[in-house]
Design a protein around this ligand. Structure first.
Ligand SMILES: [Zn+2]
Length: 375
């Protein structure tokens, strides 16, 4: 697995180098020496170029400027880690936005699950938004839940926390005119409590089937938080059909051992678009004695390259994420609410911008690996 991952990384570097050589060729076709994108700075520059003006939130999260890093990052991370330990960690997963280099980022999986008081509602509540004819955003300020409405019921993608699921998902569905009793499936992208914490309520109350990868069911087994009972196991490339809708799920290990990324057909005014959801973004890896940060960076990069190819093949022109900072939700959701008839849908960014989202994901991870290896 590791060798294959390394091979993919090298193949990617080769492709970049080849492109650079081609770009550097003058009018006479003479090859110029290629730049060296294998350094952290080189990969970061590629990520910055790929982000353009479309993906600043993603870029800032996974690829902050080097000046923001080093000791400052370690310090912030350490603060978050102790907060997570003290509070039992609902917020600890948000620390996943921390960078590779920070001291806290080296720590094992953040503590989670110990009993703690829920944060005050006014600090996280957000109103639901209809995004496409069959897709609704039901999240809280920093975290997203997506509801896919089909002709035979509702599929929920990610469930936020145990303390917020009732308010945002159950009541949110009612606010947009849907019946939570129609929730048939719940896909949990990965077993961190900011996405899995609400699944138990949906399972218990509505008898929704809960889907996760085997590796992340195992991950939940090792955590103490509110969690659903083990249910359906997602295999790589598995399709989930409900009524007139078919989603395709891919195992993209990296952020967690069994992160699921999903391709979702969405509709508006009789037109179909394709949404891609990269299931786990930050580098708060599941570190074990035999699988350290380097292993997970290689694995993450291989998964990201693979999902980028999946997205391109599916002609994805919409990107959705499970943190509102990543996919521009904080701008796109208000823009959606203010949309007038005939205005373009702000979520339809096109295949090029969707592809560049994954280039940012790939290149920032390569920068993180290069940094780890001192390049
Ligand atoms: Zn996570």
């Amino acid at each position: 697995m590791k060798n294959r991952a390394i091979h993919v990384v090298f193949a990617g570097i080769f492709a970049v180098a080849t492109a650079a050589v081609m770009a550097a060729q003058g009018r006479n076709g003479a090859a110029q020496p290629a730049p060296q994108p294998a350094t952290a700075a080189g990969h970061r520059a590629l990520a910055v170029a790929a982000a353009g003006t479309d993906h600043p939130g993603l870029l800032a999260t996974v690829c902050p400027a080097p000046a923001a890093g080093g000791a400052a990052r370690g310090g912030a991370g350490a603060g978050r880690a102790s907060a997570g330990a003290a509070r039992g960690g609902a917020g600890a997963n948000a620390a996943g936005t921390g960078r590779a280099g920070g001291a806290a980022a080296q720590a094992p999986t953040p503590a989670r699950g110990a009993v703690r008081a829920a944060p005050a509602r006014e600090t996280w509540h957000a109103e639901p938004v209809k995004v496409f004819d069959n897709l609704y955003w039901l999240g809280q300020t920093e975290y997203s839940v997506w509801a896919v409405n089909t002709s035979a019921g509702i599929i929920i993608i990610d469930t936020i926390f145990d303390y917020s699921v009732e308010d945002e998902v159950v009541d949110g569905l009612k606010k947009v005119g849907l019946d939570p009793a129609n929730i048939k499936y719940v896909i949990v992208s990965h077993g961190h409590s900011d996405h899995s914490g609400g699944a138990k309520l949906l399972q218990d109350r509505f008898h929704a089937r809960v889907l996760m990868s085997k590796a992340d069911w195992d991950l939940l087994d090792r955590s103490n938080g509110t969690k659903p009972s083990r249910d359906m196991v997602v295999e790589d490339g598995q399709q989930l059909t409900l009524g007139d809708e078919t989603l395709t799920m891919y195992l993209t290990p990296g952020h967690t051992p069994g992160t699921i990324s999903t391709i979702i057909p969405v509709k508006e005014n009789g037109e179909t678009h394709t949404a891609a959801a990269w299931g786990g973004t930050a580098y708060n890896f599941t570190i074990t004695p035999d699988k350290g940060r380097e292993y997970w960076f290689h694995t993450y990069i291989a998964s990201a390259l693979r999902f980028q190819a999946v997205e391109q093949a599916a002609k994805a022109d919409v990107v959705i994420a499970n943190h509102t900072n990543f996919d521009g939700s904080k701008q796109k959701l208000p823009a959606t609410k203010n949309r007038k008839p005939g205005d373009p849908n702000p979520w339809v960014i096109g295949t090029d911008a969707a592809n560049r989202y994954m280039t940012v994901v790939v290149e920032c991870a390569k920068a993180g690996l290069a940094e780890l290896e001192g390049r």
